[in-house]
Design a protein around this ligand. Sequence first.
Ligand SMILES: Nc1ncnc2c1ncn2[C@@H]1O[C@H](COP(=O)(O)OP(=O)(O)OP(=O)(O)O)[C@@H](O)[C@H]1O
Length: 247
Amino acid sequence: MEPVMIIKQVTKRYKGGGGISDFSIQVGKGEVWGLFGPNGAGKTTLLKILTGLCQADSGSVELFGHDVRDRFESAMSRVSCLIETADAYEYMSAERNLKLAARFYPDLPKERIGEVLELVGLSNEKRKKVSGFSLGMKQRLAIASALLARPALIILDEPTNGLDIDGMLWLRGLIAKLAREEGTTFLISSHGIQEMEQVCTHACMIAGGTLMKQGPISELTHGGVTLEAAYMSAIHHQAKGEAMAHV
Ligand SMILES: Nc1ncnc2c1ncn2[C@@H]1O[C@H](COP(=O)(O)OP(=O)(O)OP(=O)(O)O)[C@@H](O)[C@H]1O
């Protein structure tokens, strides 16, 4: 089966020195990938490159067999992303916001709005103005909007921000359900490895812009190592490498 996403040797360096270097992974249908790394590791940079919000200096990204740079519209046609909070119109209701978002998808059945409100647990709040929503409710609404067109690939940047424990459990359940029942593929960036570990089938760990480890969770945790321990060792390894480079 053709991979959903092929990232090959992607490099992007900002003038200040940050960015990512030589990043490559291949993601298959229905897989849930966690992209883990500390602040400033390069997670958002990578997600922006994947979704055409930022250009790589070199390397390539293919989504569903289409190069993001050369065939942007085809590459993104089955992709939804939430990168750096998607703001809703505060003076409108949740339902009205979704109706506005639905205008981008002329073939969307009317009942889909009710379905996504149900999926994110906002059915009872659908007529309330977003201005009265908590951060967690706004996050749920943003996720509802991302789900509208039944995307085959969903890219989420720190989706647990603003969610309480209930919200986090709900989000993990939703991701697992969509991956299992609809074969939806996910790439999710997070600082919180413990929050997302249980729902991920695969992980990649990035530090200082470098991909340290990647693969199925079962391989990364082989021999009884926890994912967090594997992550900490990757981060320390990177920090040590940086210190040596400065000697
Ligand atoms: N537009 C930019 N111009 C210059 N440097 C940038 C820019 N965007 C990000 N950087 C730098 O690149 C590095 C990676 O940033 P990025 O936002 O990708 O990391 P991150 O892993 O998403 O971090 P966080 O978890 O804090 O959101 C950081 O050192 C950051 O300061």
